[in-house]
Ligand binder design. Sequence first.
Ligand SMILES: Cc1cc2nc3c(=O)[nH]c(=O)nc-3n(C[C@H](O)[C@H](O)[C@H](O)COP(=O)(O)OP(=O)(O)OC[C@H]3O[C@@H](n4cnc5c(N)ncnc54)[C@H](O)[C@@H]3O)c2cc1C
Length: 392
Amino acid sequence: MSPCPKLIAMPDASATAYDAIIVGAGIAGASAAYFLAPERRVLVLERESQPGYHSTGRSAALFSEAYGNAAIRALTTGGKPFFQNPPAGFVERPVLSPRGAMFVGRADQTALLDRTAAEASRLVPGIRRIDGAAARAIVPVLRAGYLAGAVLEPDAMDIDVHALHQGYLKGMRAAGGELRLDAEVRELARSGGSWRAVTSAGTFAAPILINAAGAWADELGRRAGAAGIGLSPKRRTAILFDPPAGSDSAGWPLVVDVAESFYFKPDAGKLLGSPADETPIAPCDVQPEELDVALAVERIQQAADLPIARITHRWAGLRSFVADKTLVAGFDREVAGLFWLAGQGGYGIQTSPAMGRIAAALVLGRTIPADLARLGVSQAMLSPVRLAAAKA
Ligand SMILES: Cc1cc2nc3c(=O)[nH]c(=O)nc-3n(C[C@H](O)[C@H](O)[C@H](O)COP(=O)(O)OP(=O)(O)OC[C@H]3O[C@@H](n4cnc5c(N)ncnc54)[C@H](O)[C@@H]3O)c2cc1C
């Protein structure tokens, strides 16, 4: 009797082969591709016809070392040297420009202001607690009856998000990496130690699949056979409006309620405002709701004497969080060759230099870069395995 035929996984001749496929060309996928491409053949697959169409193109573009939990703050600070001194040719003008941030509070928020100042000044020496009068000297439209005090972060910066994102993609291409637009990953299968990604632009293969699909990361993970990381996309709304005539608003810092219930900041001759909403929603091309636009106007006007006669632009974007609000980078515990790069929340732009480096290091089987480890960043705090452990 002839022996049963053995099932041997054959390489898929119809699929173009790479070392790593990255799904998603937002800031997460682009930064990982930038740091990985010098060492491996990288392909970035993006569903949309322009990279940055979703969250990356809809942010408030702020770099604040006082924002987020301790892990986020360490990742942000760890990326500062790259922002301040990117490699030659990365961008044509500085990625960061001075802005400042002022966390403001009412009398009933005094304890929170004190706590914020104490925590943030441990990592960022320039941060200081100021009283209401000093805060109003910086942003005179703040209402005396509302404001009791503030925490000033003078070194917060505006980020040129478009230049940063394009810098990553350009650098990735210069190192031999490829970007395919209009390439939605519709099917994923693994055999013979290789992923086969069937997309609207062809079929591609690689041993490693990096899931940088933003709000769709859990959806993509499940397509790859994984259990998911409990990602929760949340809608955030933004509006642009004219500053008061004759005001010298261009130099104002970002003004944000210390409990994050609204913010406003100068933006190219206008003011950008938000009700800092966090409404859970299924991943989609999210649009602003009238109620949230109205909330933005109401909350900003409660705190500041800012007539908002005309809203010139409104939009919404998704900020996607896992349970502990820290980012996720690491291999899936059960599905071989699946690397998660997700949960960027409201910090994906400012943490991108650190997270791109970390993703490349871990994919290559290395440890967290030493400069980031010194700031307290560990593989365990970013690993998707922590989320499974928390659920169990
Ligand atoms: C209003 C607002 C203000 C913000 N302000 C700041 C800020 O000041 N500072 C800061 O650091 N961060 C800020 N953020 C957060 C920041 O924008 C996000 O953390 C970051 O953009 C997330 O990047 P990403 O690459 O993970 O996601 P995205 O930019 O959404 O990219 C994911 C990509 O994956 C693609 N994709 C998904 N599924 C597939 C598939 N099956 N096949 C192919 N492609 C797929 C999508 O099309 C998308 O382009 C803000 C966000 C919002 C909404």
